[in-house]
Design a binder for this molecule. Structure first.
Ligand code: AR6
Length: 181
């Protein structure tokens, strides 16, 4: 599924983010940048050790929740990996929506700073961090479509969703957002 917003493309697809041919692959990291499971493990496994070696040197204090930092992409075909730290879901009243929005926005700002034309996101916080899928999809898509409307966003923003269920939730959310516009 894809839509065009102010000359930028927003695309949803089901697949493995490590196989995407884009300028930036976004990682769903933790605030220690310590690696872990899920998409974080997949990116470090496919990208090789240089990614962790670089983040250890550049960001010894990690990255706060709601932000993101950039590294090289090692063996991946992308130019950069942005390590974004979404919030852990604690019931929804501990600032989770603002933190999730902020993590996506920071990635889009970093993409501007690094002159990137294409960026691929996973569903930040929607796995181990337990953010309810429908709500996570809504924040992700609203943040990106708003950014595309008002700022110079990368020409292509791609959400790479690992399973049919996650893809379905994002597709439903995007349809609703488009109808509302
Ligand atoms: N490509 C695209 N999406 C993927 C892939 C892949 N190769 N593998 C998993 N996903 P998660 P979080 C999906 O848990 O919730 C880690 O341990 C997955 O199905 O990776 O932000 C980190 O180190 C889900 O929809 O990230 C952190 O400690 C989505 O990616 C913590 O988990 C996000 O799930 C971060 O948790």
């Amino acid at each position: 599924m894809q839509v065009d917003i102010s000359g930028c493309r927003l695309q949803l697809l089901q697949g493995d983010i490590t196989e995407q041919n884009v300028d930036v692959i976004v990682n769903a990291a933790n605030s220690q940048l310590a690696g872990g499971g899920g998409v974080d493990r997949a990116i470090h496994d496919a990208g090789g050790p240089s990614i962790m070696e670089e983040t250890d040197v550049l960001y010894p204090d990690g990255c706060p929740t709601g932000s993101a930092v950039a590294s090289g992409a090692g063996l991946l075909s992308a130019k950069h990996v942005f390590h974004a730290v979404g919030p852990v879901w604690r019931g929804g009243k501990q600032g989770e929506p603002v933190a999730l929005q902020s993590a996506y926005r920071k990635c889009l700002q970093l993409a501007q700073q690094h002159d990137c034309n294409s960026i691929a996101f996973p569903a930040l916080s929607a796995g181990a961090f337990g953010y309810p899928l429908d709500l996570a999809a809504n924040v992700a898509l609203k943040t990106c479509t708003d950014f595309q409307k008002w700022h110079k966003a990368p020409a292509e923003v791609r959400f790479v969703l690992f399973s049919e269920g996650v893809y379905g939730a994002f597709a439903k959310s995007l349809e609703t957002l488009i109808e509302l516009k």
